[in-house]
Design a protein around this ligand. Structure first.
Ligand SMILES: Nc1nc2c(ncn2[C@@H]2O[C@H](COP(=O)(O)OP(=O)(O)OP(=O)(O)O)[C@@H](O)[C@H]2O)c(=O)[nH]1
Ligand SMILES: [Mg+2]
Length: 340
C-alpha cells in the first residue's frame, strides 16, 4: 500500500497472490479429497460433510483478499477496470460468493446437529446427502461470478505499477505524434513504436532521473478529437491516466505532412483535453522538427503560442523526439511546471 493514501502502489503484484478457482475446480477438489470408507457410518458421513464445507470455504477465502485489493485500488486503476468490467456486476459477483460462504456456514451448523440426531442409517444417509447438496448449492449459483472474478484478477495482474508519490509527466496527443518514441528515449520502458496509429493500446510507465529528481513518465495511447462518450477503449485508457493521475501533461504536436491529424484538429484535441483536465498543467512539444516543412512548423509555432496565450499550456518547445537529448529536454521542461 501507499503509506499516505492507502492505495496499492502495485496492485498487479498483490493480485498475483490471489487465486480465484472456478466452481468446477472447487467441486473437483472436493471429489479428490472426499473421505472414503473406514470408520463408522456416522463418522464417515460427518467427515464427508466436513470436507465439503471446509474445502468450499478455504477455496473461497480469496474473496477477502480481493475485497481488500479492490478497496485499495487507486481511482486511476478503477477507471481502467471499468473500461473492461461492469462495476455493478463485479459487486454482484462478490456478493454472490460472500453470501454463499455465509449460507453454507449456517447450513453446516444446522446439518451437523441433524446428522447427530439421525435415528437410523437410512435417515443418516438421507440427511447427509441433502446436506452436501444444499451446502454446495449457493456456490453453484455463483458459477458465473467465479468466472468474472477470475478474469478481473487476471486483468489486475497485468496493470502497470504507478507510483502516485512521484512527479509525473503524462505524454499525450493524437495518434502517431511520437509519444512512445519519447518515453522509450528517456526511460527503460519499451512501448512499441510504429508508423501506424494506435500502436500503443495501453498505459506504459517509465522512469527518468535527472539530478536528484526521479520522474515518472507515462506513455498514453493516441487520442482523437471527439466527445468522451464516443471514445473507444484505447482512448478511454489515455483519458483515465490524464484525468486520474496527478502530474503534468506533455502534449505533442505533429507538424509533418504525414501527421495523422491536421494541426487544426490537434489544436481542437488540445481544447478537448483541457476541458477534461482544466487544472492540470500542460506543456507543448512540437515534435518531429527534422521532418517538418518550414511553413507547417511556423503554423505549429503559432498554434503553440496561441495555446500559451490562452492559458491552455504553460509553455512550448521544438524537438525531434527521436533524438534522446531532445526527448529528455522536453520531459525536463514539462516537469518544471509542477516542481518549480
Ligand atoms: N522524423 C521523425 N519521426 C519521428 C520522431 N518521433 C517519432 N517519429 C516516428 O513517428 C512514428 C510514430 O511514433 P510513435 O512513437 O509510435 O508515436 P505514438 O504517438 O506513440 O503513436 P500511437 O501509440 O500510435 O499513438 C514512428 O514511425 C516514429 O519513428 C521524430 O522526432 N522525427
Ligand atoms: Mg505510442
Amino acid at each position: 500500500m501507499n503509506g499516505t493514501l492507502n492505495y496499492y502502489r502495485d496492485p498487479a503484484s498483490v493480485a498475483k497472490k490471489i487465486h480465484v478457482p472456478l466452481y468446477d475446480e472447487v467441486l473437483g477438489r472436493i471429489k479428490s479429497r472426499y473421505p472414503r470408507g473406514g470408520r463408522s457410518l456416522f463418522e464417515r458421513e460427518m467427515s464427508r460433510l466436513q470436507a465439503v464445507y471446509d474445502i468450499a470455504i478455504s477455496r473461497t477465502n480469496f474473496i477477502r483478499d480481493l475485497v481488500r485489493l479492490l478497496d485499495g485500488l487507486h481511482p486511476f486503476y478503477w477507471r481502467l477496470v471499468e473500461i473492461e468490467f461492469d462495476r455493478s456486476k463485479v459487486r454482484e459477483a462478490i456478493k454472490c460468493v460472500s453470501k454463499a460462504r455465509k449460507v453454507s456456514s449456517m447450513l453446516w451448523e444446522k446439518y451437523r446437529f441433524r446428522l447427530m440426531a439421525a435415528e437410523d442409517k437410512r435417515e443418516l444417509l438421507k440427511i447427509s446427502s441433502e446436506a452436501r447438496g444444499r451446502i454446495l448449492s449457493p456456490y453453484r449459483k455463483c458459477r458465473k461470478s467465479f468466472e468474472l472474478l477470475r478474469s478481473l484478477v487476471v486483468f489486475i495482474q497485468k496493470l502497470p505499477a504507478i507510483d502516485t508519490s512521484l512527479p509525473t509527466v503524462m505524454v499525450a496527443g493524437a495518434p502517431s505524434t511520437g509519444k512512445s518514441t519519447i518515453v522509450r528515449n528517456v526511460s527503460r520502458a519499451v512501448p512499441k513504436v510504429a508508423q501506424y496509429p494506435f500502436t500503443t493500446t495501453t498505459i506504459h510507465v517509465g522512469h527518468y532521473t535527472t539530478g536528484d529528481l526521479k520522474i515518472q513518465v507515462i506513455d498514453t495511447p493516441g487520442l482523437l478529437d471527439r466527445d468522451p462518450s464516443e471514445m473507444n477503449p484505447i482512448e478511454r485508457r489515455a483519458v483515465a491516466a490524464l484525468t486520474e493521475l496527478d502530474g503534468v501533461i506533455l502534449y505533442l504536436l505533429d507538424p509533418t505532412e504525414t501527421a495523422y491529424m491536421s494541426l487544426e484538429r490537434q489544436y481542437k484535441l488540445l481544447l478537448n483535453v483541457r476541458r477534461l483536465v482544466p487544472r492540470k498543467p500542460v506543456y507543448i512539444a512540437i515534435n518531429k522538427i527534422d521532418q517538418a516543412q518550414r511553413t507547417s512548423l511556423d503554423r505549429a509555432r503559432k498554434i503553440a503560442e496561441l495555446a500559451v496565450e490562452k492559458n491552455l499550456a504553460g509553455g512550448y518547445m521544438l524537438i525531434k523526439g527521436i533524438n534522446p537529448a531532445d526527448a529528455r529536454a522536453a520531459i525536463r521542461e514539462a516537469i518544471k511546471l509542477i516542481t518549480k
